[in-house]
Design a protein around this ligand. Structure first.
Ligand SMILES: NC(=O)c1ccc[n+]([C@@H]2O[C@H](COP(=O)([O-])OP(=O)(O)OC[C@H]3O[C@@H](n4cnc5c(N)ncnc54)[C@H](O)[C@@H]3O)[C@@H](O)[C@H]2O)c1
Length: 382
């Protein structure tokens, strides 16, 4: 394309601050990325990042409809609550924009399928913001796995211990909710939000193509709840996938110490670690040879990838809507277990309030140790 890539940002507060900083501090200052932020939309005008966009001269709009009435955008970035994603993605596509939508794409599989239909009709791309799927070391490892360098998967392990305070769970009305007020699926749980990357990445790494992920076919799990939410804030699970792999997944908020997201990918020809000792992807073959794929990096590659793709520098949309269907399917499997009552609720002497950084939060006594041991031993503990 000629000229600048026109970017509309929908949702500038919360995680949207990352996009505001990326646009103003990285893209604007880079000669390689000719872009122009042509609009910002957020009902809350008081966040520092919203104010920063306006002060940088970006035009404010009340709604996407108002923006699209007289304007176009090559890329619409959506960083809003989950229940709004489907409607906003479809709106952007209908008005001719490519889309970078924050993860998770939606609260249920059907909503993602509806978005796929809209994308096909529009002939544009929709990228989903799981940043690990845009990380070059992860992509390089995936290429080696696809090419058979590591042999068949034996066990794929993932663990995320993310202490989160009472304040975190009270930060927005949609946190920990199953549905929005108008019935749109949110299913905001640890597996669909804070540790969604850690769940998506295990299916992603086993995808047969660079922009595909392996599909879970069964799930054995136990869900945990300590905070005052509708869903769950802890999970231990084993998934079997379409390609026959076993995936062990641990994630919890009611714990005292941060660990991960950490992965161990055990294959016939060796093991690959990520996030256990550092943020490098490091493989060790059975004969002791080490292959260091490098540091996974930060959050910007997904944005650069979208702009590069629009500029005709190759297809860099490694995580599209089809790519995230396995993660959404896994979350639905967990949600079905939740609806069946497979949730252990904790209170009384089983829990205690501790400091998480400088805020209070709840922990389930012994959960952290239990999950870390299960991860180390490669077994499911419930
Ligand atoms: N990739 C990551 O590492 C990462 C990290 C955090 C959050 N996220 C994702 O980012 C998304 C937003 O999460 P959050 O924690 O920032 O949520 P949030 O509720 O804190 O903030 C969302 C922002 O959207 C704005 N908003 C609400 N309704 C809107 C509308 N109709 N139009 C435009 N803006 C609107 C809100 O005012 C707020 O500024 C979620 O999908 C979340 O999972 C991703």
């Amino acid at each position: 394309m000629d000229g600048k890539v026109k970017i509309l940002l929908v949702g500038a507060g919360g995680y949207g601050h990352m996009y505001v900083n990326a646009i103003l501090d990285e893209l604007y200052k880079s000669e390689d990325y000719p872009i122009e932020a042509v609009g910002v939309i957020d009902p809350v005008h008081t966040s520092p990042s919203y104010i920063r966009m306006v002060e940088a001269g970006v035009t404010e709009y009340d709604s996407m409809e108002q923006f699209y009435k007289d304007n176009t955008a090559d890329l619409c970035i959506i960083s809003t609550p989950i229940s709004l994603h489907k409607e906003q993605v479809i709106c952007a596509l209908k008005h001719g924009s490519n889309v970078l939508c924050e993860k998770p794409a939606a609260g249920c599989v059907q909503d993602i399928k509806d978005m796929i239909e809209a994308r096909k009709q529009a002939g544009k791309f929709v990228s989903v913001g799981f940043q690990l799927s845009y990380s070059q070391p992860v992509l390089d490892l995936k290429k080696d796995i696809i090419n058979g360098v590591w042999g068949k998967p034996v066990l794929i392990k993932s663990i995320t211990m993310f202490p989160r305070s009472y304040k975190y769970f009270g930060r927005s009305g949609w946190v920990g909710k199953k549905y929005s007020r108008n019935g749109v699926a949110i299913m905001d749980s640890i597996a669909n939000n804070a540790a969604a990357h850690a769940l998506h990445n295990v299916f992603f790494i086993l995808g047969k193509e660079l922009n595909r992920a392996d599909m879970p076919v069964s799930c054995d799990c136990r869900l945990y709840r300590a905070n005052d939410i509708e869903t769950y804030d802890g999970v231990s699970a084993v998934f079997k996938t379409e390609s026959g792999a076993d995936i062990l997944y641990y994630a919890a908020h009611p714990v005292e110490h941060t660990f991960g997201p950490a992965f161990e990918f055990i294959f016939e020809n060796g093991k690959i670690a990520l996030g256990i000792d550092n943020k490098n992807v490091v493989g060790v073959f059975s004969d002791g040879t080490v292959k260091d794929y490098g540091n996974v990096g930060g959050h910007l590659a997904k944005l650069f990838g979208a702009v590069d793709t629009i500029l005709g520098r190759g297809d860099k949309i490694y995580c599209g809507l089809e790519t995230v269907l396995p993660h959404a399917t896994a979350v639905e499997m967990l949600d079905r277990e939740m609806e069946k009552g497979n949730v252990m609720r904790f209170g009384g002497s089983d829990v205690k309030t501790v400091k998480m950084k400088d805020e209070d939060g709840i922990i389930i006594k012994g959960l952290e140790e239990k999950f870390l041991q299960g991860f180390k031993d490669g077994v499911l503990v419930k």
